[in-house]
Design a protein around this ligand. Structure first.
Ligand SMILES: [Zn+2]
Ligand SMILES: [Zn+2]
Length: 383
């Protein structure tokens, strides 16, 4: 049990730090300055930083002995030109913190400072991750590879959620985000004069069939209690009005919430494409790019996160799974834990050029996470 509060000076420092990160966003795997800025603050508070073979991002550690808990934030931004109505608008042309990772990093930095101040009473060790490259889905796997989960007994992480009001912490047991797959399809057929289709093999007709039949996967091939989304998001073919082209291309994504459904959809996509290739006597190549699986919250830790939210002055809410992707799931493949959604007030969605985080949630989130990991250490020791 803890009774945390935060000195006004630290509140100001964190708020300024949040503005600073927001003004100077960096794309995935290029977060060099962001990493340095976080390192500077950690060093100022005498927090030890692990020596890891990573280019960007960093990992700090507070406390000693066992158990070990991992708390993760992410730090990268997006290739979006900011249009948000904030005084601390991005100064980097075409780059924006449109997913709120500046908030995640700052809130968790605040937690690190609070925990450092309580280090002598900490019942174990907290490893704090400032993870690079979340938006491209590779940062978590890289940190797992670097060994950041060694000896860890629980892992926690946050994302802001503009669909939830300020003051709400959302969580649920089981799948919280979607497994994300990306597919690209190249059709090789045979072009000809538009007036003589019998001399060629029309790739546009094949493309149209793919779009139609793919839409039967979710609507006709999954059961009513299964959940998935399939979207085709770009198609390209042709050059003018009187030529049937040789090739066509389409690309899209599948979002699903359990491993079995995910695998079945992939199989069906492959089967449909093989069938169409035979039917139309064309070459159809599938480039299947699996992304992170679903964030899968442990039942006990999800409840613990909600209970602690209430204790910390938030309104806990059991939320529905969201079809976004999140590479936090790679940590949970190894270690049980929970991922929480922090209400950030909207009205604009994540990845929108006008997206902004309501800054009132910054300090309460730092305090909440500090309480959460302190109590979780005690919980692990007691159980
Ligand atoms: Zn994002
Ligand atoms: Zn994000």
């Amino acid at each position: 049990m803890t009774n945390l509060n935060m000195p006004e000076m630290l509140k100001t420092q964190l708020t300024d730090f949040f503005y600073e990160l927001h003004r100077t966003p960096e794309l995935s795997n290029q977060e060099f300055h962001t990493t340095q800025k976080i390192k500077d603050v950690l060093t100022q508070y005498d927090i030890r930083i692990l020596d890891l073979p990573i280019k960007t991002g960093l990992v700090a550690e507070i406390g000693h002995g066992e158990p070990t808990i991992v708390l993760r934030s992410d730090i990268d931004a997006l290739p979006i030109t900011e249009q948000a109505d904030v005084a601390y608008v991005s100064e980097h042309q075409g780059v924006m913190h449109a997913c709120g990772h500046d908030f995640h990093a700052t809130a968790v930095l605040g937690t690190a400072i609070l925990l450092k101040q309580q280090e002598s009473t900490l019942q174990g060790k907290v490893r704090i991750l400032f993870q690079a490259a979340e938006e491209v889905g590779t940062g978590a796997a890289e940190l797992v590879q670097a060994g950041v989960l060694e000896q860890a007994q629980a892992v926690f992480g946050i994302h802001n959620d503009p669909t939830l009001e300020v003051g709400v912490v959302g969580c649920k047991a089981g799948a919280l985000t979607a497994g994300v797959d990306r597919f690209a399809i190249h059709i090789q057929a045979k072009g000809t004069h538009a007036a003589r289709p019998q001399d060629g093999n029309d790739p546009l007709l094949i493309l149209a069939n793919i779009i139609n039949i793919f839409q039967t996967i979710v609507s006709r091939r999954l059961s009513s209690d299964e959940n998935a989304v399939l979207s085709i998001t770009q198609v390209h073919s042709g050059s003018t009005w009187n030529i049937i082209p040789d090739t066509a291309f389409l690309e899209g994504t599948v979002r699903s919430f359990d491993a079995e459904t995910r695998q079945r959809i992939e199989q069906q996509i492959r089967q449909i494409l093989e069938g169409l290739a035979t039917t139309f006597n064309a070459k159809i190549d599938l480039d299947w790019q699996p992304g992170p699986p679903s964030v899968m919250n442990d039942e006990k830790w999800a409840q613990f996160a909600l209970d602690t939210a209430q204790k910390s002055g938030f309104e806990p809410r059991v939320v529905k799974a969201s079809p976004i992707g999140e590479d936090f799931s790679y940590y949970q493949e190894q270690v049980n834990g929970a991922f929480m959604m922090i209400g950030s007030g909207g009205p604009f969605p994540l990845h929108h050029p006008k997206f902004k985080v309501d800054e009132r949630i910054l300090i309460p989130t730092s305090l909440y996470l500090a309480t959460l990991v302190q109590d979780a250490l005690i919980e692990i020791q007691d159980s």
